[in-house]
Design a protein around this ligand. Structure first.
Ligand code: LLP
Length: 424
């Protein structure tokens, strides 16, 4: 599981302090290569939207998906173009189930391609922008995810156009003279292999019934990654071959080429990122041994929100040899004034222990597999500041976000003159 050496991690923690997010650029590039058979890899930037990570993606030929006006802004700052690229695919696609007003303004002004998730979006866009390029995101009636909270299909999900309403959506595409780019299916995040296969079958069915021309299909994202030692990685070649078959059937029906897009977030960045935290206290509470660190769920929210598992390792601050020490069942928790601020917990919030070498104050704890939905989901709860982010990239290794300051945090409350109701 370690992707960056202990010496490097210790050095950056000393230089930039903790908590600190660290990403490994070669690992991201490797995951991009693994999906290279798809015509377009469209990065779901919600997984990690740092502008430098976005630029790395762009330089590697990846396009981007944005889900808010803010994410569109980030993509543009990272150099993504709004219009079509040489492959015909748009540099940026806006995917959502609603247009909030800033997003609608932006999409119309910048002529951004939109992945439509509700019938109302078609009316709102069609009224303002005939000819606009749209995808239809379809809820196929089933979904799956690593947690109920990341399942985006079926009757309990707010996402996408219900498959039974697809004909109505296509009618509206015609009525408003919109340009249909293609169909998109994304049934959830952290999806198992069987469900991913089922999506291919669902797409074939939808395309056969679709009474309209189109130029592309999108497999969505959702690919799982190994979070625990021993978890199996997805067979990307097989996954591509399933989708390629769907594409070929569409091509033979339409009589022209169909572009095949994929839209992963987690797969590209999860394993490339980790969170470094310093041990600040250890305590015995009845039978439980606690190790308390200076990162909390305001930094890495996934364990508290979903009961997600992240491998944890210990780096000794004083050169002690931890490999020979006896492992101890340990509860790892953060600094927040909230009992749920525990990194070792199950799906129902049950506190669990992890077998770890005995950590001392001053040691570093490494939370692995934290590159996706780590920094991008952090908050300022308890007035804790957004941590810094560091990118390991050989001679180009560098800080890619400095730590937030308390002045920056308070400024929005002390200076309310600029009300920020405009663009983003
Ligand atoms: N496309 C759409 C339309 C999505 O809604 C998502 C994720 C993706 C692509 C990328 O999914 P991925 O390949 O990363 O699984 N915070 C949760 C994940 C929420 C995902 C939301 N949508 C987590 O930490 O697991």
């Amino acid at each position: 599981m370690p992707i960056i050496s202990a010496n490097h991690l210790t050095a950056v923690a000393h230089e930039y302090g903790t908590p600190l997010w660290v990403y490994d650029a070669p690992t991201i590039r490797d995951r991009i290569r693994q999906l290279g058979a798809f015509d377009v890899i469209r990065y779901a930037q919600k997984a990690c939207s740092n502008i430098h990570i976005l630029s790395l993606m762009r330089e590697a030929g990846v396009l981007v998906d944005s889900v808010s006006s803010g994410e569109i802004d980030r993509a543009q700052r990272a150099g993504f173009s709004t219009g079509p690229t040489v492959s015909g695919a748009a540099g940026i696609v806006y995917t959502a189930d609603i247009f909030d007003r800033p997003a609608l303004r932006r999409v119309v002004n910048d002529k951004l391609e939109v992945n439509i998730g509700s019938i109302d979006m078609l009316h709102q866009l069609g009224d303002l922008s005939p000819g606009h390029r749209v995808w239809l995101r379809v809820n196929p009636g089933f979904g799956h995810g690593h947690s109920n909270k990341t399942n985006t299909g079926g009757e309990n999900s707010k996402h996408g156009i219900w498959h039974g309403e697809l004909n109505q959506a296509v009618e509206l595409v015609r009525r408003y003279r919109l340009h249909l780019v293609g169909l998109h299916l994304h049934i959830g995040s952290g999806v198992d292999y069987g469900h991913l296969e089922r999506v291919c079958h669902a797409m074939t069915g939808l395309l056969n019934d679709l009474d309209h021309d189109f130029e592309a299909i999108s497999a969505g994202g959702g690919l799982s990654v190994p979070y625990r030692d021993g978890d199996r990685a997805i067979d990307t070649a097989h996954y591509f071959s399933l989708w390629d078959r769907v594409r070929r059937q569409a091509e033979s029906r339409l009589g022209h080429a169909v572009r095949l897009e994929i839209e992963p977030g987690r797969f590209l960045v999860a394993e490339a990122g980790l969170l470094l935290a310093e041990v600040r206290a250890t305590k015995q509470v009845g039978r439980n041994h606690f190790t308390l660190v200076d990162a909390g769920f305001n930094d890495l929210m996934r364990p508290a929100l979903y009961g997600s598992y992240h491998e944890i390792s210990v780096l000794a601050h004083d050169g002690r040899n931890l490999s020979s020490s006896e492992l101890r069942p340990t509860v790892v928790a953060g600094p927040l004034c909230e009992s749920g601020d525990v990194f070792t917990q199950g799906a129902e919030g049950v506190v669990e222990t992890r077998a770890l070498p005995p950590a001392e104050v001053g040691d570093l704890l490494v939370f692995h597999g934290a590159g996706a939905y780590g920094a991008s989901m952090s908050s300022n709860y308890n007035s804790r500041l957004h941590a810094a982010e560091y990118l390991m990239d050989g001679v180009n290794s560098r800080l890619i976000r400095r730590r937030q300051t308390i002045d920056e945090l308070c400024e929005m409350e002390l200076n309310t003159r600029s009300h920020g109701g405009s663009d983003v």
